[in-house]
Design a protein around this ligand. Structure first.
Ligand code: AMP
Ligand code: MG
Length: 487
């Protein structure tokens, strides 16, 4: 049954029409008893939905995919991917649907997508479902990333379905309504390439250019320019992750976008004590996707994108490879620039400071943070206090005080700007113990901790009285944190 929302919202099916070979028309499973857990009202308005209508029973039926506007063509998207280094030629949306594209109030095209909406032809052994906890985790963390100014898919709503999901125990099921500038992934290109259909690959690349990197169309080599635009977007994105201590957890090529938005929040978390070896995923035994490996993994994934694009880069395979290698070479430079500029801002250092001064200062600080197991997020806020004259809270965090005092003296001599630091160093991030607390309570039906957490996350840089617990590192007994993906 189709019910048209009483607003001007229409869902386009551009992806399904342009790239029919990669889109399987499909329907969501019926949710027996949809109940709204959380709705992102400001995002709803941005998308020209009436939030009150989305809360209605018809609105909820849209948010679980059971009533789509007439003219829409929900599809499961096909994609491939390297998962922990091994190539899988056919992954696709096993439990997700692209409902369609809509145009937001600023005229931007956005995907409306559901996760946890039932089995699709790509489900393999999976049940196609999602539990309340992991869908709320994606909602909280993606919205926190957005508030931090980091490109990301957004979360519109989480609706409990009324259908239990079998995991280690029976859990309440839910559907996440996700919004993205698109769901084109590195793995989408790998899929098109693996079919051997160069026309499909070209249509996909042209679709991506139109949608994300229109400037590439003006270039002498549009498909190489597309690749370079993705390299630049990912170099900037991963630098942003590193600067806030974000660990994605599953940087498989199917979880890396062409738009440069963060996507697929599974076993992700913000690092507590600074340590490049930090891993949160319970399935990442080798530490492939550890915090400190993320830039190298991004570069590796982009090399896989380059391989997929080769037939479009040049008729001569050797020249195609030479072009791709040269363009990929920009990644390290762009990443290093973005990261070192970002670190200088975090430390409040003046513009134009000589690299020979800034670089060793940053390196020595990171070594000391690691040595003393210092909480990454709160450190930069207490350091701003030190710039204002109160160094004791920062000094208290270090084991080798003489070394830190030496560093502090050199840093203070550069005249750090405390206000500039506070504008980029968050007070509030979704700390692991708070996320767990909120998800556990929501799974039991108590949404208050979730609401409190979301409220704190919306203004990450502005310290507010009464929110101290959201700014405090986990209690020591919280232990080694692990999250689980594919749930
Ligand atoms: P992810 O690790 O969430 O990026 O998912 C990797 C692949 O597994 C994608 O093809 C997903 O659609 C699929 N998948 C994950 N969980 C399920 C599930 N419960 N049922 C069906 N497919 C799933
Ligand atoms: Mg994924």
């Amino acid at each position: 049954m189709s019910v048209a929302p009483p607003t001007s919202v229409t869902l386009d099916d551009r992806f399904a029409r342009d790239l029919a070979e990669m889109a399987v028309p499909w329907q969501a499973e019926e949710a027996p008893d949809p109940r709204l857990l959380v709705l992102n009202e400001s995002l709803a308005t941005e998308l020209r939905f009436d939030p009150a209508w989305l809360r209605s029973s018809d609105g909820l039926r849209l948010l679980v995919g059971n009533a789509v506007p007439s003219g829409a063509t929900p599809v499961a998207q096909a994609y491939a991917g390297h998962q922990f280094g091994g190539f899988v030629p056919r992954l696709g949306d096993g439990r997700a649907l692209l409902l369609g594209e809509l145009v937001d109030v600023s005229g931007r095209v956005r995907d409306l997508h559901l996760k946890g909406s039932g089995r699709t032809p790509f489900a393999r052994g999976g049940d196609g479902l999602a539990a309340v906890g992991p869908m709320l985790r994606e909602y909280v963390v993606s919205e926190a990333m957005h508030a931090l100014g980091i490109p990301t898919t957004r979360s519109l709503a989480v609706v409990a379905t009324g259908r239990p999901v079998r995991r280690e125990t029976l859990l309440p099921g839910a559907v996440l309504a996700r919004v993205a500038s698109s769901h084109l992934r590195v793995g989408s290109f790998q899929y098109a390439r693996a079919t051997g259909d160069v026309d499909l690959l070209r249509r996909l690349a042209d679709h991506a250019i139109t949608r994300h990197h229109p400037g590439a169309a003006e270039s002498e080599r549009p498909h190489l320019a597309l690749f370079e635009a993705v390299v630049a977007a990912q170099a900037s994105l991963v630098a942003r992750w590193m600067l806030v201590g974000f660990v994605h957890g599953v940087m498989n090529t199917d979880n890396m976008t062409i738009s440069g938005e963060t996507i697929d929040y599974g076993p992700c978390a913000f690092m507590d004590a600074f340590d490049p070896a930090t891993v949160y995923s319970s399935i990442d035994h080798g530490g492939r996707y550890a915090y400190g490996n993320q830039p190298v993994v991004a570069e590796w994934n982009l090399a896989r994108l380059a391989e997929a694009l080769l037939p479009l880069l040049h008729d001569d395979p050797e020249q195609a490879v030479a072009l791709a290698v040269e363009s990929l070479g920009a990644f390290r430079r762009q990443y290093d620039d973005a990261w070192s500029t970002g670190m200088r801002v975090k430390l409040g250092l003046p513009d134009g400071l000589d690299d020979a001064v800034a670089s060793p200062l940053v390196d020595e600080l990171l070594a000391q943070l690691q040595e003393s197991h210092v909480d990454h997020t709160s450190f930069f806020r207490v350091l701003a206090a030190a710039a204002r004259g109160d160094a004791e809270p920062a000094r208290n965090l270090f084991l080798d005080l003489a070394a830190f005092d030496g560093w502090l003296q050199r840093w203070r001599a550069l005249g750090p700007d405390a206000d500039a630091m506070d504008r980029v160093n968050p007070v509030y991030i979704p700390r692991n113990h708070l996320v767990e607390e909120a998800l556990a309570a929501a799974t039991e039906g108590d949404l208050a901790p979730l609401d409190g957490l979301l409220d704190a996350m919306t203004t990450p840089f502005d310290e507010r009285p009464g929110l101290e617990r959201y700014a405090t590192p986990a209690p020591k007994d919280f232990g080694e944190y692990r999250t689980f993906c594919g749930t």
